[in-house]
Ligand binder design. Sequence first.
Ligand SMILES: [Zn+2]
Length: 295
Amino acid sequence: MAGFALDLTVLDDDGLPWDFSEEAKRQKARRLVREQRPYMLIGSPSCKDFSTWQALNMSKSKNPQAMLRAKTASIVHLDFVASLYEEQADGGRYFLHEHPLNATSWEIPSISRVLRRGDVERVHGDQCQYGASVRHGPLKGSPVKKPTGFMTNAPRVARALETRCTGVDGSCSRVGGGSHVLCSSRVAREAALYPRELCRAVLKGISTMPHSSHVIEAMELAKRERAARRRRAFVERHTSLPSAAAILRAEGHSQEDIVEFLPTAVSLLAARRAQKRAEAIDKHVGRIKTARGAL
Ligand SMILES: [Zn+2]
């Protein structure tokens, strides 16, 4: 089943990140989506230019021009992924967009237009409930709350991602408990990686979705491919039985047809052999009967 992630933490096959502020990358991604028509498109754009922290930093920054440029590039990026999401949804396929709950990006026109669609919803999930924790240092293992907004047109995926932390005063309601660690720059960088449980939740949501026509199509294609593989393996196993292939070849069949029909030919040969054996046995029995009759 086709599905892929295009974000800044994933490298394109040319080894560069999918930075959609570049025209060439936008064209390539759109082509990929149109060719492969993925069942689920997942976008988790860089959030550093839209975080609430960044909004504070902007007012203090020594170089507000550079920050504004970075923000503009991020808007171009988001406008682009928003257009891909709409294309997915219009084509009867699915998307999942992930961004910090309190990021200002939710208000940019292209994203809020997607949000206003009748088939799209946004849920709030806290990533501490999906295993987000500090990965290094003395606070290793402590929960990181990371309130996240998930926007999707797949209701089952939304249901799988809306678990919130119910802990109060900084304590965490996850199974292991603990106190939330504030999202420092390093923790934020690490938390940009999806915790495994979150990926599992997404997959679980997808696996419980009613099969739409193109999933069935993909499954049937996979079934046909498996059958073709089995047939090829069968032919390879029977290269020690050259007779069937030789007969087909002598009859003027192409190699492709031989691959196609060899299994049938082999079983026909086997049937013919079995019949000959049966005839031989009959003949033998007949001879015995005749011999008995003569006695
Ligand atoms: Zn928590």
